[in-house]
Design a protein around this ligand. Structure first.
Ligand code: 3IX
Length: 230
């Protein structure tokens, strides 16, 4: 290796090692990811009248794999060749965990995951919290902190939970750890999702994909199930 590259490598490693250690960096996965938004953007702070999230009585049981919400989804779809194939699992409360294996197709720099791909993994994990609330919601705002570089081949262990709900607004946070649920924190996010009806997709999606989705009984059942709430 070029000696100057090796020097730079060592400097980067030293900076990463000396990154400030927060509660989140040291806590195991069992405690969930929340400890407030990373940088405190006002739109990500729940209003005073926000309430605690309520797990839907028919939410998937803790430990259950959630499956893809749409086969062509870049985040979770099995039919999407270069997608992330993220697999999320229900946990207690309004919390999910997920695993994402960083592949060569996900690089931004040699051997390292692209930040936008990591943001997608966070977005997808946070989005899958919809299964536990049984409401359809889309990302309105997503704030990410990139704490450590994530090498290709890493299994990123994600952990997300809803922290508050105010009308259609769903506040959530997530953390991604390298290698294991107790591994070092690589990424964090805070998000605001907005509840929508299934018409959001029908009215806005490209007609050919909407037609195909609506002709698939499984897809229609999955979408409609979210709209039947007690
Ligand atoms: C048959 C086909 C079915 C296919 C679907 C199948 C299944 C789906 C089922 C479940 C899903 C399950 C899992 C999903 C998993 C992962 C998905 C990843 C998630 C995404 O990747 S999803 C793509 C990216 N996402 C978008 O594509 C959104 C584009 N966008 C819009 O479509 C609108 O923008 C919208 C709808 C967000 C709001 O529009 P709107 O007109 O309905 O409501 P409005 O603007 O009034 O906002 C209401 C209140 O939210 C506040 N608010 C809104 N946006 C804000 C922001 N950015 N910052 C701060 N506050 C915000 C307002 O300030 C107001 O607050 P207040 O009530 O206090 O005044």
């Amino acid at each position: 290796m070029d000696p100057s590259l090796a020097r730079r490598d060592r400097r980067t490693a030293a900076r990463v090692r000396s990154a400030p250690v927060t509660n989140e960096n040291t806590r195991g996965a069992s405690g969930g990811p929340s400890s407030g938004p990373p940088t405190g953007s006002p739109a990500l702070t729940p209003p005073a009248d926000a309430t605690a999230p309520v797990r839907h009585p028919e939410a998937p049981a803790p430990g259950e794999l959630l499956g893809a919400h749409y086969g062509q989804c870049f985040g979770c779809g099995g039919e999407q060749q270069h997608g992330l194939h993220l697999e999320a699992r229900a946990q207690d409360g309004v919390r999910v965990t997920a695993e994402f294996t960083v592949k060569a197709a996900h690089q931004g720099a040699p051997g390292l995951a692209h930040g936008g791909v990591l943001a997608t993994a966070l977005d997808e994990t946070l989005g899958s919290l919809s299964w536990l609330l049984r409401v359809i919601a889309v990302t309105g705002k997503l704030e990410t902190d990139f704490v450590r570089p994530v090498p290709v081949g890493t299994v990123l262990h994600l952990d997300a939970e809803v922290t508050a709900v105010a009308g259609r607004k769903i506040y959530s946070s997530a953390v991604g750890r390298i290698g294991s649920p107790e591994g070092p924190v690589a990424v964090r996010a805070s998000a605001l999702f907005i509840e929508v009806k299934v018409d959001h997709f029908i009215d806005n999606g490209r007609p050919e994909e909407i037609r195909a989705a609506m002709a698939d009984p499984d897809q229609v059942r999955r979408a409609r199930a979210f709209e039947v709430n007690p």
